[in-house]
Design a protein around this ligand. Structure first.
Ligand code: NAD
Length: 483
């Protein structure tokens, strides 16, 4: 029996206003594995109205930060209870080995909810001394208020975790939300909304409208009742979102794509660097915003390092992720498969040396072998554009200055890693590279307590930690004449 998912609006399941449905395809066998409501602008309006009512005098607006914190902790308990089930939902939709979301996404999502719960009663203002007003003493203080109704637009690559990066902090700040999950992965967001209800969060605070970006995403970006859009996805769609929401002066935060460098110096531990770079490259089939797809290696060790990374790539077992021993599933959808293959083709045409993997053959399922190109240059399209698949490009360099220049010669600025045993160099390079998160001798950790976000075309704003909570507030100043 193929499951059908409906919207979740004001605490209830709702069909699309016109009854429309869309089909979800398994990337493993290309069969329909679920259907979901194909949302309309009217569905978005109904969800925004429910979210608005909770802010304008509804039960949610009357809760203290401590009350909200307790509810978010309760939600975290329920997510913990259902963690295996939620991990399987995401894994099924995108063809990922379920062990990955079980070990990484879910603990991170639960941690984000708990960290957010802790901040809910610590959103403080300041008192600011001033000379007063026309010779009379005044008291000025600030307070932070919830920004309002949030439209949260989410991608498919780690959907539940990213949804929690938005929902935890925005609930802590006192906002309400309409979530638009990716077309491919509606189930875990809907489950989260149902758990919000079970936790006692009032109906209408967390709503989910499934459907396409062009209809549901755009309706959220242009809806006059939505004060903020928080978007995670491609730089290309981020631009469209800015064009729609910007002229309406909505607050917009954007977590976008990347082409992150991994810089390996000749004094690094090669074994550790190969293991780390392989993880940074191939985790989640390379479908990670901060995937370290540009591997800059000091020329002296480039040949040895490239051979070792190619052998690590070839050792990965690609196949149906439900089968024993398989460590990499297919890429998530047909468009991804074709996109990744196009770039592999471009790498070959541009003259990079193929050391592992290569063009994927079309069979049943969207399987691509981990691919390594070496002896590449930073002007090749495989070094400049986000592929979002298991493809790494090795570029040699001679000096530290050249490595920094190459690392920064990109439109993106999301993550980077530096591999070296020289502690001064590690700090020098980490400070010089323009990216939101740098890992030294490790892959930059994604932790609920650490701010996450990009520079340049990798985005605007930060999620997670205190920065992530404050991003859902407006700062107001109040001045009182005290005489
Ligand atoms: P995408 O941009 O195609 O879609 C993301 C979301 O936007 C989906 O829900 C989609 O339906 C919606 N959307 C599409 N067109 C829209 C429109 N015109 N208006 C409003 N919404 C629209 O991205 P994707 O393929 O789902 O995800 C992959 C991308 O996400 C990659 O570029 C990756 O780097 C990025 N990403 C970034 C981060 C980060 O933290 N910086 C994290 C994960 C993924």
């Amino acid at each position: 029996m193929i499951p059908t998912f409906q919207h979740f609006i004001n605490g209830q399941a709702h069909t699309a206003s016109d009854g429309g449905l869309m089909e979800l395809f398994s990337p493993v066998n290309e069969q329909v594995h679920a259907r979901a409501a194909r949302g309309t602008a009217a569905d978005v309006s109904a969800a925004v109205a429910a979210a608005r009512r909770q802010l304008d005098g509804g039960a949610w607006s009357k809760l203290s930060g401590a009350d909200r914190g307790q509810l978010i902790h309760r939600l975290a308990d329920l997510v913990e209870r259902d963690a295996g089930k939620i991990a399987d939902m995401d894994a099924t939709c995108i063809g990922r080995p379920p062990i990955e979301p079980r070990l990484l996404d879910l603990p991170n999502a639960i941690g984000t909810l708990r960290t957010s719960a802790g901040w809910a009663d610590k959103i403080e203002g300041r008192t600011i001394p001033t000379p007063g007003y026309m010779g009379v003493k005044t008291l000025s203080y600030t307070q932070r208020e919830p920004v309002g109704v949030v439209g949260a637009i989410v991608p498919w690559n780690t959907p539940f975790m990213i949804t929690c990066w938005k929902v935890g902090p925005l609930l802590a700040a006192g906002c309400t939300v309409v979530i638009k999950p990716s077309e491919e992965t509606p189930s875990s967001a809907l489950h989260l909304a149902a758990l919000c209800k079970e936790a006692g969060i009032p109906d209408g605070v967390v709503n989910v409208v499934t459907g396409t970006g062009e209809v549901v995403g755009q309706a959220l970006c242009s809806h006059p009742g939505v004060e903020k859009i928080t978007f995670t996805g491609s730089t290309e769609v981020g631009r469209i979102i800015q064009r729609t929401a910007g002229p309406l002066f909505k607050r917009v935060s954007l977590e976008l794509g990347g082409k992150s460098p991994q810089i390996v110096f000749e004094d690094a531990s090669i074994d550790a660097a190969v293991r780390g770079c392989a993880m940074g490259l191939f985790f989640n089939q390379g479908q990670v915003c901060a995937a370290g797809t540009r591997i800059l290696v000091q020329r002296w060790i480039a040949e040895k390092f490239s051979a070792a990374l190619a052998s690590a790539a070839s050792a990965i077992k690609v196949g149906d992720p439900s089968k024993e021993g398989v460590t990499m599933g297919p890429v998530a959808k047909k468009e991804q498969f074709e996109r990744v293959n196009r770039y592999i083709d471009a790498g070959l045409a541009e003259g990079a040396k193929l050391l592992a993997g290569g063009l994927a053959e079309r069979g049943k399922g969207y399987f691509v072998k981990p691919t390594i190109f070496a002896e590449a240059s930073n002007d090749m399209s495989i070094a400049r554009e986000e592929i979002f698949g298991p493809v790494g490009t090795i570029i040699p360099f001679d000096t530290e200055e050249e490595a920094i220049a190459l690392a920064n010669d990109t439109d993106y600025g999301l993550g980077a890693t530096v591999w070296t045993s020289d502690v001064s160099r590690a700090h020098r390079v980490a400070q010089a590279v323009k990216a939101g998160a740098i890992g030294v001798n490790c892959w930059a950790p994604i932790d609920p307590r650490l701010p996450w976000g990009g520079m340049k075309t990798s985005g605007i704003g930060r999620e997670c930690g205190l920065s992530g909570v404050l991003a859902y507030t407006e700062e107001k100043v109040i001045t009182v004449l005290v005489g």
